[in-house]
Design a protein around this ligand. Structure first.
Ligand SMILES: Nc1nc2c(ncn2[C@@H]2O[C@H](COP(=O)(O)OP(=O)(O)O)[C@@H](O)[C@H]2O)c(=O)[nH]1
Ligand SMILES: [Mg+2]
Length: 253
């Protein structure tokens, strides 16, 4: 069994990609299950096989502890850790070959609290990977793009799992814009040129410095464009994931 955590900033398309990719894997005759780890999800674009909302209820927490929605979400994120054995049992009973895990809408609840990496590590002892989403529309600006690179590096440092980086919602940008952003991910020169064209003043200096730091630290990597609306790029995403998880084999024979 392989476990894939989908992570990205709020609204970057985690839930929809979880659903779309799950459907795509099913159509490819792969034995896939979906886990919802977002206690704050109101509606989901898929029906989860395991749902953390059956274990923690944000509305009850708000009432019981007189918390606002944010406080309750933080508390819920930590309470999931106490239920990890039961959730793991539920996942193992599914006997799937690949499990997609949709994480909290607000990324920091999963990535930047103690409970997130604990949950990720304890959730079965199977082989795991992270899919990190760069929102296309947000990433058009080179300063946003480099900022997001640092965020993805922070996620990597927190989980220390193989990480695949996707440019999500690529259907929302013209083809040449998508190409430009993916070029930034493989060519420092391309990124530098765009920073010089699009930014000035402090933003330009900051972006250049951050870009140099990224290349010095080896944090750069290839971004794969994907759309959960049109399915564009899904095949590439799957091939890259297979390479990471299985060395290029299918999950289910
Ligand atoms: N056009 C387009 N919209 C998307 C795509 N993926 C997600 N969305 C929309 O973006 C919004 C946020 O998506 P969601 O999956 O809930 O993001 P999450 O907060 O990361 O789980 C929703 O309105 C989705 O319908 C995509 O690939 N293309
Ligand atoms: Mg979501």
């Amino acid at each position: 069994m392989y476990i894939v955590f989908i992570i990205g900033t709020a609204g970057s398309g985690k839930s929809l990609l979880t659903g779309t990719f799950g459907d795509w894997l099913k159509m490819s005759k792969q034995n896939v299950s979906i886990v919802n780890l977002d206690p704050g999800a109101v509606t989901l674009p898929y029906s989860p096989d395991v749902d953390v909302r059956n274990y923690v209820n944000v509305e009850n927490l708000m009432e019981e502890y007189r918390l606002g929605p944010n406080g309750a979400l933080v508390m819920a994120a930590d309470l999931i850790a106490d239920e990890i054995e039961k959730i793991t049992e539920e996942i193992e009973e599914l006997r799937s070959d690949i499990v997609l895990v949709d994480t909290s809408g607000q990324m920091e609840l999963f990535a930047f609290r103690a409970s997130g990496p604990y949950i990720a590590n304890e959730l079965t002892k199977e082989t795991k990977a992270i899919v990190y989403l760069f929102d296309s529309v947000f990433s058009v600006n080179p300063l946003n793009y480099v900022s997001n690179l640092f965020l993805s590096a922070a996620v990597y440092n927190r989980f220390l799992m193989p990480q695949l980086h996707l440019l999500s919602k690529c259907d929302l940008l013209p083809k040449q814009e998508v190409q430009k952003i993916t070029d930034w991910s493989t060519s420092q020169r391309a990124l530098e040129t765009s920073i010089e064209q699009k930014l000035e003043g402090t933003k330009r200096l900051l972006s250049i410095d951050m870009m140099h730091a990224i290349y010095r630290l080896g944090l750069n990597f290839r971004l794969l464009p994907v759309s959960a609306k049109t399915n564009e790029g899904i095949l590439n995403v799957n091939s890259a994931l297979e390479r990471i998880l299985t060395g290029g084999e299918k999950y289910t024979y």
